[in-house]
Design a protein around this ligand. Structure first.
Ligand code: NAI
Ligand code: MG
Length: 499
């Protein structure tokens, strides 16, 4: 295995420098791809190239899977939960040590505000790993009472090699949500980062090695979906794959499983989440939460509250306040302290969002504010509000994944519940009201994997996270994630019964 010396020093917009190895991370070594290909990663705030990284193709996936397979069978499956817990916590200590650097890399590669990456993304990733580390020595099976003369128990065992294919919107947190439970359960991993944001995964890889994980337990590949991603989804030696991304690609992952070895699949996909605001809500708070619900991470969030429904008696007041609030939020350079909204991830996403905005206008929605580029360079879009929408419009049906919200009126609970369900998705929903009975009744009614009451976009590693309907299969978070990364084995012992 040729070990490459491709460590690069990047100068950040803060003036500080960061060292990063841009090769593939296989068997605890940074190596070039077998075919020697590399690709560029872009800073979306400028549209300029940050650096190039090694590109994994299917032969590199094979190599990484072989490493993970051997690591599982020869080492990792015999490593105790106590030791896995220790390693994971050590990894967290290192992430804490390098928190500022990781946040800066995340911000540079993704375009999210540095201050937010520092206070939200990286701490949430560490919190997730620490949460799951706590499970590592507490995953147990069950003794099951059966007929006489038998002793039966059910074991919860790891799968072996797991694949993880992650998107670009929360590159580090996605690593936490997938690798946290996977490692706690005793699996080994081949992770493919998004082609748009490979850098923090590589930084993470160097910390995996420093923390002392045995070689081959975690392998990190930079690469594209149709090549490396598809090779993971089809791989015969991968027993489970976890994917976050678009619904269409999610469907192709499920097909790949069917076409290969029926690997277990968990999918966290798109959404078009309704945010319902009743007249008795605390209006000031509802405005701020609803704003965060759609504009956090520039709208590039699967749970984005992109359809805001406001009860008619407070509609005008809400709209005025929401508009003023949206206009007061700082869009611009991710490294400026007061920036809330940075650029969209890529030219492709920028164009896609702009075409959704055009469709909104063409289909008769009213553009209240935004709808255009912000600044001269990079992929910035002004916060955009549509009103006068109806459920048949494209912008009310499809995931825009940008800073675009549609606000409409409702009068009764029955009416808004019906409207809330008029999409193919069911990832999240929210309800704002001071009436506890109404809050509970509406929460029970909503067809969504997460319902927030009087808040939005709160991330909690301990609760189940995933989608109803076409928003996904399986659950991340909490002990539910432990179920996703383990399989059950029943052992039936004869205590003397003869045939
Ligand atoms: P995508 O679904 O194409 O990409 C997500 C990941 O899947 C990336 O790592 C990509 O390389 C990989 N991938 C792509 N094609 C693949 C294939 N055939 N086999 C295996 N892996 C594959 O998402 P993209 O193009 O970045 O964004 C498109 C839309 O997807 C967004 O506008 C948004 O609506 C949705 N999306 C949803 C996310 C979520 O958090 N649920 C995250 C990112 C995107
Ligand atoms: Mg980038």
């Amino acid at each position: 295995m040729s070990s490459s010396n491709n460590e690069q020093t990047l100068t950040l917009p803060t003036g500080k420098t960061v060292k990063i190895n841009t090769c593939l991370f296989i068997n605890n070594e940074f190596v070039d791809g077998i075919d020697g290909k590399r690709f560029e990663t872009i800073n979306p705030a400028t549209g300029k190239v940050i650096t190039t990284v090694a590109e994994a193709l299917s032969n590199d996936v094979d190599k990484a899977v072989d490493a993970a397979y051997e690591a599982y069978n020869k080492v990792w499956k015999n490593v105790s939960g106590t030791e896995r817990n220790k390693l994971m916590n050590k990894l967290c200590d290192l992430m804490e040590r390098d928190l500022e650097e990781m946040a800066a890399l995340e911000s540079l590669d993704n375009g999210k505000a540095f201050s937010i990456a520092k206070f939200a993304d990286v701490p949430a990733t560490i919190k997730t790993f620490r949460y799951f580390a706590g499970f590592a020595d507490k995953i147990t099976g069950k003794i099951v009472e059966t007929d006489h003369d038998k002793f039966d128990y059910v074991l919860r065992e790891p799968f072996g090699v797991c694949g993880a294919i992650i998107p670009w919107n929360f590159p580090l947190l996605m690593i936490g949500m997938k690798l946290g439970p996977a490692l706690a359960c005793g699996n080994t991993i081949v992770l493919k980062s998004s082609e748009f944001t490979p850098l923090t995964a590589l930084k993470f890889a160097s910390l995996v090695k420093e923390a002392g994980f045995p070689k081959g337990v975690v392998n990190v590949l930079s690469g594209f979906g149709p090549t490396a991603g598809s090779a993971i989804a089809h791989h015969m030696k991968i027993s489970k794959v976890a994917f976050t991304g678009s619904t269409n690609v999610g469907k192709s992952i499920l097909k790949a499983s069917a076409d290969s070895n029926l690997k277990k699949v968990s999918l966290e996909l798109g959404g078009k989440s309704p945010n319902i605001i009743f007249a008795d809500a605390n209006l000031e708070e509802a405005v701020k939460w609803a704003h965060m619900g759609i504009f956090f991470n520039h709208g590039q969030i699967c749970v984005a509250g992109s359809r805001v429904y406001v009860q008619d008696s407070i509609y005008d007041e809400f709209l005025n306040k929401f508009k003023s609030y949206a206009e007061s939020i700082k869009v611009g350079d991710p490294f400026k302290e007061d920036t809330y909204q940075g650029p969209q991830i890529s030219k492709i996403q920028y164009d896609r969002i702009m075409s959704y905005i055009e469709s909104g206008k063409n289909e008769g929605a009213k553009l209240l504010i935004g709808g255009e580029r912000h600044g001269e360079e990079g992929y910035f879009i002004k916060p955009t509000i549509f009103t006068d929408v109806n459920e048949n419009m494209t912008i009310m049906q499809e995931e825009i994944f940008g800073p675009v919200v549609a606000i409409s009126k409702f009068s009764t609970a029955e009416e808004v519940i019906e409207k809330a369900h008029l999409t193919k998705y069911g990832l999240a929903a929210a309800v704002f009201t001071q009436d506890i009975t109404r809050a509970l009744k509406i929460s029970n009614e909503l067809q969504a994997g997460t319902v927030w009451v009087n808040c939005y976009n709160i991330y909690e590693p301990a609760v189940a996270f995933g989608g109803y309907r076409e928003s996904g299969i399986g659950r991340e978070g909490g002990k539910y994630a432990i179920n996703e990364y383990t399989q059950l084995k029943s052992v039936q012992i004869n205590l003397g019964r003869s045939l």
